[in-house]
Design a protein around this ligand. Structure first.
Ligand code: FAD
Length: 693
């Protein structure tokens, strides 16, 4: 029998559907994002369904000849990527786009044509690991035989021209390993790098200057390679601000700080992650220090109403809110005070750009909930803003600050101005109302969640996460008020409110503690959990040695809480030694009485060794105590004890590493070099674990 047209169409559809199903993930992109089905992603990104994961295709489609990938954890690499994109466009006429590594596949990287340029701005995280969004890229390129789309060839990437910059910290052993590896692997497959592979060093505090110093010769090399002509950079906004006359802050579709659509429309559902926090009740909060001038907060975050779970040693992220005074200062100096509640939509004028928060919203909500207005201002941003100065004199000053590194540091270095304070300072309080708001969205980092090492055991309290956070404040030369940390002062305000202070305002800072539309009322804080590899040995009988001065004690409180419970349950628990340090036993010795309780459960298995740095004329730190116990430590390590370090990455962790190497060299009678190798192997085997920041 003959098939009629309808039959053919029906069959065709079935066949297509079957092919699509069978080839899922091979020929067509799999939507990986759990929010892909939402009209707007929780973080304000456009919906992803149907979007290609082939970046070469994406560049073709959108007429780009330059793509700037970023591997970012805290937002700095992402910020540098967008700055490079802007500069490439405004100075050299490149058609640039910024891209999150996570949003693309890399098998087609071998199809990039040689007239394109690909940037990799790669942060290194922790122990030489890729940032969360770079994991898949790294696994692909670092794989034994990356499955390039055109199959294997001698130099599969010979058409690829790339540029690389890394963000690292020299206090870590695997300094800038992500950019070094990326560079090595791309070269190995035949790609050509333009300029040097730059490295910024957060450890030396020179990240921004390293970046600025790297990019000038890089642009020169790129311009020569692509035959680009430099022109006078004119600022072109990436975002357009549209005032929504029909809407008020009371309109139900207006975001007042809600992180995504689910939060706007009702109680947010899981999965809770870096795009979608859980608004968690704080069950309890109290002060851990016994002095007036410094604070350390203990919080109990209740996750029982959510799908969140954690394991001992994981991290919790706290989503902060900016202090009201800093929000006011920002709105005042930019001339937006009267418009703070004006409802606006933010539109992209550049099709590959993304609005980093959901809209429609208000200026107040953007500044309070979504932009990192407290961070030190970058010199490049100062240059950008010069064009919008209230008068010629201020403009000249801004240009000088932007172009003269030494002058900039002389003027702002000791003051560490945030954006509003810098504008106030340079204009002497005169309002800057000519700056396009787009410039702030482009140049300020998204307000970042802050991570904390969970200080409880999931065995003991699976539904309550403890946080131990020291409140940040540092004296600033030339200013009467010290710098106050964003997240920790917010937590301090929450603690004050919970403990009966009707108008909490730590150090005169007040916060919108009730959150958008009062959704955080009754003491709530937005959080998510990040799983870590910092873990107790699976066998509780294994001895453990923990080095945790200051808030570095946080995860170890969890470890010891867990082992004390195991001991009470009759489990055979191994030696559990904690080296703790602080200034004075009478001031900042946190959890002192709790440790006494754990001692009752663990008996001789538990030992707490303290170092108080301000109780004798000579400063005593944990690494000194460690040295004093060299023989015993060496002995325990031969019994395969696990060795843990948590806290300050800059000094303490490095010194502990040195002392440990010495202990091993002396204890085993081997050379320094051999001992270093032993320590390296311990790290590789997870017998030596660090949780440092
Ligand atoms: P921020 O506002 O982020 O400021 C941080 C520092 O930056 C300030 O101290 C200051 O020196 C400097 N700074 C920033 N802007 C300026 C400016 N404009 N002027 C002058 N100086 C400025 N912390 C804990 O207390 N406990 C923990 O258990 C813990 N665990 C962590 C685990 C991990 C994996 C990581 C990555 C970090 C951890 N931290 C922990 C640190 C924590 O995440 C925060 O960095 C810390 O609490 C400070 O946050 P904040 O928002 O209060 O300060």
């Amino acid at each position: 029998a003959e098939l009629d047209t309808l039959d053919i169409v029906v069959l065709g559809v079935i066949l297509l559907g079957t092919t699509a199903y069978l080839t899922k993930g091979t020929f067509w992109a799999k939507p990986k994002d759990p929010y892909g089905s939402l009209a707007q992603q929780p973080n304000g990104k456009a919906a992803k369904l149907g979007k290609t994961r082939n970046f070469v295709e994406k560049m073709e489609e959108s007429g780009k000849n330059c793509i700037i990938f970023y591997g970012s954890q805290t937002g700095t690499a992402e910020d540098y990527a967008s700055r490079l994109a802007k500069e490439g466009k405004s100075r050299f006429g490149l058609e640039t786009m910024v891209a999150d590594l996570e949003e693309y596949d890399f098998d087609a990287i071998d199809t990039v044509s040689s007239d394109k340029i690909v940037f990799f701005v790669m942060a290194t995280y922790g122990e030489g690991e890729p940032t969360d969004n770079a994991v898949e890229f790294y696994e692909f390129i670092n794989g034994e035989e990356p499955a390039f789309s055109k199959g294997s060839a001698d130099a599969p990437l010979e058409n690829l021209h790339y540029i690389a910059f890394g963000l690292g910290n020299n206090t870590y052993e695997h300094y800038n390993s992500m950019v070094r590896d990326t560079d090595r692997l791309l070269t190995k497959y035949g790609a050509h790098r333009i300029g040097t592979a730059g490295e910024g060093d957060d450890g030396a505090g020179t990240m921004e200057e390293d970046f600025l110093a790297w990019k000038e010769p890089m642009w020169k090399a790129l311009a020569a390679h692509m035959g680009l002509e430099e022109r006078d950079a004119v600022y072109e906004p990436v975002f357009g601000i549209v005032e929504r006359e029909g809407l008020t802050p009371e309109s139900p579709e207006v975001y007042l700080g809600e992180p995504n659509k689910m939060h706007l429309e009702g109680a947010a559902k899981g999965p809770f992650n870096a795009h979608n926090p859980y608004i968690a009740p704080i069950a309890e909060s109290y002060e851990l220090f016994k002095v007036k001038d410094r604070n350390c907060i203990h919080l109990e975050v209740d996750i029982s109403g959510s799908t969140l779970s954690y394991a001992t040693g994981d991290h919790i992220a706290i989503w902060p809110t900016n202090a009201g005074e800093e929000v006011d200062r920002f709105l005042r100096i930019t001339g937006l005070t009267d418009k703070r509640d004006q409802v606006i939509s933010v539109k992209v004028l550049e099709p590959t750009a993304k609005v980093p928060f959901p809209t429609p919203t208000t200026f107040d909500a953007i500044v309070r909930y979504h932009l990192e207005i407290g961070a030190p201002v970058s010199r490049q941003f100062v240059s950008t803003l010069a064009a919008f100065a209230p008068n010629e004199e201020i403009k000249a000053e801004m240009n000088k600050l932007g172009s003269d590194k030494d002058y900039f540091h002389e003027q702002t270095g000791s003051q560490l101005f945030n954006i509003a304070r810098l504008l106030e300072h340079v204009s002497n309080g005169q309002v800057w109302d000519k700056i396009p708001f787009s410039a702030f969205i482009e140049s300020l980092t998204k307000l970042q969640p802050r991570y904390y090492s969970i200080s409880s055991s999931s065995l003991v309290q699976p539904k309550k996460i403890s946080v131990t956070a020291v409140v940040e404040s540092s004296a600033v030369v030339g200013r009467t008020d010290p710098f106050r940390g964003v997240a920790t002062n917010y937590l301090l305000a929450l603690k004050q409110k919970q403990n009966g202070d009707p108008e909490p305002s730590p150090f005169g800072l007040s916060y919108e503690l009730h959150g958008p539309r009062n959704k955080y009322d009754g003491i709530h804080v937005p959080v998510h959990v990040r799983h870590s590899n910092f873990k107790l040995p699976s066998d509780p009988a294994k001895p453990i040695i923990m080095i945790g001065p200051g808030t570095g004690v946080a995860p170890f409180r969890g470890f010891i809480q867990e082992r004390a419970q195991q001991a009470r349950d009759g489990v055979n628990v191994g030696r559990t030694i904690l080296f703790f340090g602080c200034r004075k036993s009478t001031e900042d010795f946190m959890y002192e009485s709790e440790f006494e309780e754990y001692k009752k459960a663990l008996g001789d298995k538990f030992e707490l060794i303290t170092a108080f740095s301000r109780e004798s004329s000579q400063k005593v730190y944990v690494q000194h105590r460690l040295k004093e116990r060299a023989a015993e430590i060496s002995d325990l390590l031969s019994q395969k004890a696990f060795f843990y370090v948590c806290g300050d990455a800059a000094n303490m962790a490095r010194e502990v590493n040195t002392v440990l190497t010495q202990i091993i060299a002396d204890g085993r009678g081997v050379s320094q070099a051999k001992a270093e190798e032993v320590v390296k192997n311990m790290r590789a085997a997870n017998q030596y674990q660090e949780d440092v920041w």
